[in-house]
Write a protein that binds this ligand. Structure first.
Ligand code: SAH
Length: 246
């Protein structure tokens, strides 16, 4: 049986209020690089560079689904993209907006809107869609993938990152990161919500997105350095493209 068996009839139902509450509670710390969000700050240059190597961001229209406090949205805007950050945690969006003001970041906007609703409002309008570290927090991730596929233009790129589901990822991402190394608050990730690459690949295929590249991301607890490589056992990123219409 699928562990993701909660498809919602109404788009607004594809959200877990407890998940939003978890992120809202910490919202004021999004831009504290030593906070619970330190891992996201540390991986940000890696994922930004990876995105840029596949799809240079300058002058691109980008939507960042589940943008949180805007760590990636802000960085993409600073590369010259026109970025819309979307999330359903209002406190996080306010923090993101405030950060853009304080840092003087141009070309970034934030909105409280679901991926599904945005896809109805602006289908095929974005050159690049990013959806990072988000799918593992929603009841029906396949519906988010569908919305991302609808948002991107033909020929455009959709980038995902999430957590694999297997004994090793349980050990590293939950036991290791939340209980041993205290990199993340306890309860950040729920095992049943983690996603195997094969599952994500099925959802991509169902939406007609071509899988172009998959990368693993590892953390070395001794050097405290993250790296992108071929080890997709725990954290992984997937780059996809919507084919050009014939
Ligand atoms: N993508 C950001 C933040 C990841 S944290 C980054 O990688 O830096 C996960 C984010 O997903 C949180 O901001 C949370 O509020 C958001 N989220 C959870 N469920 C959501 C939903 N149904 N729709 C939109 N955002 C959601």
């Amino acid at each position: 049986m699928s562990t993701h068996s909660n498809p919602s009839q109404f788009s607004s139902a594809n959200v877990d209020p407890a998940e939003l509450a978890k992120f809202s509670e910490l919202a004021h710390r999004w831009w504290d690089t030593e906070s619970e969000f330190k891992p996201l700050h540390q991986i940000n240059p890696l994922r930004l560079n990876w995105i840029q190597t596949l799809s240079p961001l300058k002058n691109k229209k980008v939507v960042d689904i589940g943008c949180g406090g805007g760590i990636l949205s802000d960085a993409m805007a600073r590369q010259g993209a026109e970025v819309l950050g979307a999330d359903l945690a209002v406190k996080s969006l306010k923090v993101a907006q405030l950060h853009a003001l304080e840092a003087g970041t141009q070309g970034v906007q934030y909105r409280e809107i679901s991926a599904e609703d945005l896809a109805l409002e602006q289908p095929g309008q974005f050159d690049v869609v990013t959806c990072m570290e988000m799918l593992e927090h929603v009841p029906d991730p396949a519906a988010i993938v569908k919305a991302c596929a609808a948002l991107v233009k033909p020929g455009g790129w959709v980038f995902f990152s999430t957590l694999n589901r297997n004994p090793k990822s349980f050990l590293f991402a939950i036991v290791g990161a939340e209980y041993v190394l205290n990199l993340l608050p306890k309860g950040t990730h729920e095992y049943a919500r983690m996603i195997k690459p094969s599952e994500l690949a099925d959802w991509l295929r169902a939406q007609g997105l071509d899988l172009i590249q998959m990368k693993g991301m590892t953390y070395n607890p001794f050097t405290r350095v993250y790296a992108l490589n071929s080890d997709t056992d725990v954290n992984y990123l997937i780059a996809t493209q919507k084919p050009l219409a014939n």
